[in-house]
Design a protein around this ligand. Sequence first.
Ligand SMILES: C[S@@+](CC[C@H](N)C(=O)[O-])C[C@H]1O[C@@H](n2cnc3c(N)ncnc32)[C@H](O)[C@@H]1O
Length: 203
Amino acid sequence: MSALPDGRRFAPAAARNRGPILDVLGPLLPESGLVLEVASGTGEHVVHFARARPGLVWQPSDPSPEARESVAAWLAAEGLENVRAPLDLDAAAETWPALRFDAAVCINMLHISPWAATEGLMRGTGACLAPGGLLYIYGPFRRADAPTAPSNEAFDADLKARDSRWGLRMLEDVRAEAEANGLGFEGVADMPANNLSLIFRKR
Ligand SMILES: C[S@@+](CC[C@H](N)C(=O)[O-])C[C@H]1O[C@@H](n2cnc3c(N)ncnc32)[C@H](O)[C@@H]1O
């Protein structure tokens, strides 16, 4: 990851996947309302999405101060009026801030955090999403009905070597956790580089 003197960080993967993600996410989003991004990272996704969808208000978040610094630097550089200042939100937190939002987006977090973060994501969005609200999740997953790509097997081994609590999640486990929190599974879309888009809606 590289950074500019003003604090903006760049993740090469974000530049590659933001277009394909928006192609899937865009038609699922409401015309107006508040969208929470969990685990915003550099902030490149939220900037891209907010530019494309100015009718929505975007709320980035990340528990990492470095990430929030980068998001804030991106917002300062881009001057976007429809993005709020980044929130310090740990998805695993027992209680989320008292927010009501119309959609939530979480890109590349589930495999690179303990399972408690996925449980918290489902608990938090289950509690804070408006009825019918979208939860969009992107990343690499295992699934019971398809073999895992060799590149994802290697990635999983690498993640577990870095932190034994990390690793690719089973789509079926993520789905069960969502359903337990009132989030109905709407479908899955294959994405470039053996990633998936997972689509849930608050009942
Ligand atoms: C691989 S980065 C992905 C960042 C960005 N979404 C992207 O795709 O470029 C993983 C991000 O998850 C965040 N993260 C890790 N644990 C988290 C948690 N418990 N709650 C929320 N975010 C978390 C990290 O701080 C980091 O910014």
